[in-house]
Ligand binder design. Sequence first.
Ligand code: NAD
Ligand code: UDP
Length: 311
Amino acid sequence: MRILITGGAGFIGSHLCDRLLADGHEVLAMDNLITGSENNIAHLAGNRRFMFIYHDVTNYIYVPGPLDAVMHLASPASPVDFDRVPIQILKVGSLGTHNALGLALSKKARFLIASTSEVYGDPLVHPQPETYWGNVNPLGVRGVYDEAKRFSEAITMAYHRIHGLDVRIIRIFNTYGPRMRLDDGRVVPNFVGQALRGEPVTVYGDGSQTRSFCFVSDLVEGMVRLLQSDVLGPVNVGSPDEITMLEFAKVINRLVGNEAGIVHKPLPVDDPRVRQPDITRARATLGWEPKVTMEEGLARTIDYFRSRIWQ
Ligand code: NAD
Ligand code: UDP
């Protein structure tokens, strides 16, 4: 297949490039590097089945030649970005998704949208099945991301219904691993970076809020399975192993050997209290479930950050 990955120089996008190239496909990565980095794909430079296209997908997208699939991952994804680049997030979720859909339609390509657990907002149903419609504050700081992704899902379904476009919707839950930016602001790079520097780890609020962390190779496996299946979705892909942020901070301090402890900082506005995917659908339709344990995934992530932190 010849596959376009928008956001291909990002954390998840670059791992997806690696996987699809390893599977024998031709991959075009498109990115404007707003939160991604060419370092993430530098190792692919000599590969004749790989091409990088520097482009902002909120502008009309031109790609020469045929395409079999468009995988639309372009979007800043860290809560730090919700404050920093809210308009870019809304534009990439709306205009960018519209352009990517139009491209897929013109190429008669399959379209996969990288949606998110944030469509469930601060959930009132726990764990979250795909049938839950969510609890989102459209006016809050997180609303820019949540509503952009909800719009992305809605316009994807409209293209499917009106134009018969072949679409897939994946709802990604918290994913971590090598190639996250150290200054990304999300909890894994924050905690690991602080622990490696011997600083206290910053737990927001009392740390009783929960998340469920999936290692990136497991997520990529779920994305590839969904793309190749005949399941439209939405399908939750994430780890069902839920942990409080206080407990998570202790795990990271233990794995790194950090004795500086924990400090508490204010809880961000609208920070979801709980999050855990119900992955019954992914198990039943894709035969997918995560394989990498938290200790194993964190060890690999810590090694990566250790190799980067002093550069
Ligand atoms: P990331 O920031 O590393 O990757 C996003 C990439 O999109 C970056 O390379 C960025 O430069 C690029 N991008 C942003 N706006 C663009 C634009 N207008 N034009 C072209 N490129 C643009 O983040 P990530 O964690 O790899 O997330 C990838 C996707 O997965 C995002 O759509 C995100 O919403 C989704 N997702 C991620 C998680 C997670 O836990 N990592 C969870 C849910 C959903
Ligand atoms: N968090 C934290 N300390 C940090 C960064 C994040 O306690 O230094 C918490 C944050 O409040 C949230 C959870 O960790 O409850 C996950 O945050 P992240 O930014 O990774 O993404 P989210 O899941 O909220 O989108």
